[in-house]
Design a protein around this ligand. Structure first.
Ligand SMILES: *Cc1c(COP(=O)(O)O)cnc(C)c1O
Length: 372
């Protein structure tokens, strides 16, 4: 029996940074500067430089990055925020945690990304912002979405949790909108050894508000002056060490994902397993390799029986989930259809070419035997 091809294997990316992380963790243990400090500040500088923004603000996770960004932009009760229905639940959660209400938008049926048309269809007079989600690692048409947001008087925020390093029209994910929100959950393209997140922005006032909010609303540089409603969402030094080490490899690891995705595109039979379309004008970083199949649960279990791990991102669109369904006001056909068909195939930088060929052969065979 050949070994299993897991859906995700982080062993190789962990080993690539182990020596550096262990050495720098040992310095952190000696310094006892566990929260904030030199490692966090260095990571913030390096992330901002990488994204091409003036600032980066480390956070405890991606959900807080989104939630605090909305609050720092003064979005709250009485306001609505447009969000695609087919995203990870955290995007929607952040809107509700900020006290605002989501306006669920549909997406392009092939790229599964927001378009100016789907945004316009969801906007109300109460709408203050739109969150563009870079689903599966690729950015929507940000030129068109920026123009659309400007025309409608909306703030544009990026949920770039799945897209560290992606570009659109030459600009990096996070650098298009007023703010770009990242998660560094371990499985993301840039992943910590625990929870972490960040916001990148070129607006110094927004950055200052976020720095205060993540630290109990402290006036910057003070200890006992709490001037805004904050929370605890600080990035810790141990995670910043990991993120600095991994950021140095990100382009190389993303390039590997791009190569693997090209193999999937060349070899999968599109009549049986049709990959989510590339958005023209951008370069995605393929956080996930998502194909669409009929009878997904059967395909999944037959692939599992052949030793191939898969995932589903996501089986339930947010507008039908119990905490959020009262905000929905109509069907969203493209998002609902995608939820029944999407199947995430193995994708990680060190996926062996031979293992990818086994995945392709199994998918073509299993999906080919099922009625379409
Ligand atoms: C992972 C993810 C988040 C949330 O990040 P956490 O760090 O888990 O809080 C938000 N949005 C999207 C699209 C994600 O994939």
């Amino acid at each position: 029996m050949p070994t299993r091809v897991p859906f995700l294997d982080l062993t190789a990316v962990t080993e690539a940074v182990r020596a550096q992380v262990e050495a720098r963790w040992s310095e952190v243990l000696r310094s006892a500067a566990f929260i904030g400090g030199a490692a966090v500040e260095a990571f913030e500088r390096e992330l901002a430089a990488y994204c091409g923004t003036a600032e980066a603000v480390g956070m405890a996770n991606g959900t807080d990055a989104l939630h605090l960004t909305l609050r720092a932009l003064d979005i709250g009760p009485g306001d609505t925020v447009v969000v695609p229905a087919n995203t990870f639940v955290a995007t929607v959660e952040a809107i509700v945690l900020a006290g605002a209400a989501p306006r669920f938008a549909d997406v392009d049926p092939e790229t599964l990304l927001l378009t100016p048309e789907t945004v316009a269809a969801a906007v109300l007079p109460s709408t203050k912002a739109v969150i563009a989600v870079h689903l599966y690692g690729q950015m929507p048409d940000m030129v068109a979405l920026s123009a659309c947001a400007d025309a409608l008087g909306l703030l544009l925020v990026e949920d770039a949790a799945q897209a560290q390093g992606a570009t659109y029209a030459g600009r990096r994910a996070g650098a298009y909108a007023v703010a770009g929100c990242f998660s560094f959950y371990p499985g993301k393209n840039l992943g910590a050894f625990g929870d972490a997140g960040a916001v990148v922005t070129s607006d110094p006032r927004l950055a200052a508000t976020l720095r205060s909010m993540r630290d109990h609303g402290r006036a910057l540089g003070t200890h006992y002056e709490h001037v805004v409603l904050g929370t605890n969402s600080r990035l810790d030094a141990l995670q910043a060490v990991v993120l600095r080490a991994k950021l140095a490899h990100l382009d190389e690891w993303n390039a590997s994902r791009v190569g693997l995705m090209a193999q999937y595109r060349d070899r999968l039979d599109p009549g049986r397993a049709r990959l989510v379309a590339d958005q023209p004008g951008g370069q995605g970083v393929h956080h996930l390799a998502v194909a669409r199949v009929a009878d997904r649960e059967r395909v999944r279990s037959e692939l599992d029986a052949r030793g191939i791990g898969t995932g589903v991102h996501y089986p339930v669109p947010c507008h039908v989930m119990p905490p959020y369904r009262d905000y929905a006001d109509g069907p969203l056909p493209a998002a609902e259809q995608a939820a029944t068909e999407v199947l995430s195939l193995p994708m990680y930088p060190h996926l062996e070419p031979a293992a990818l060929l086994r995945v392709v052969a199994a998918v073509n065979e299993v999906a080919g035997r099922l009625p379409r």
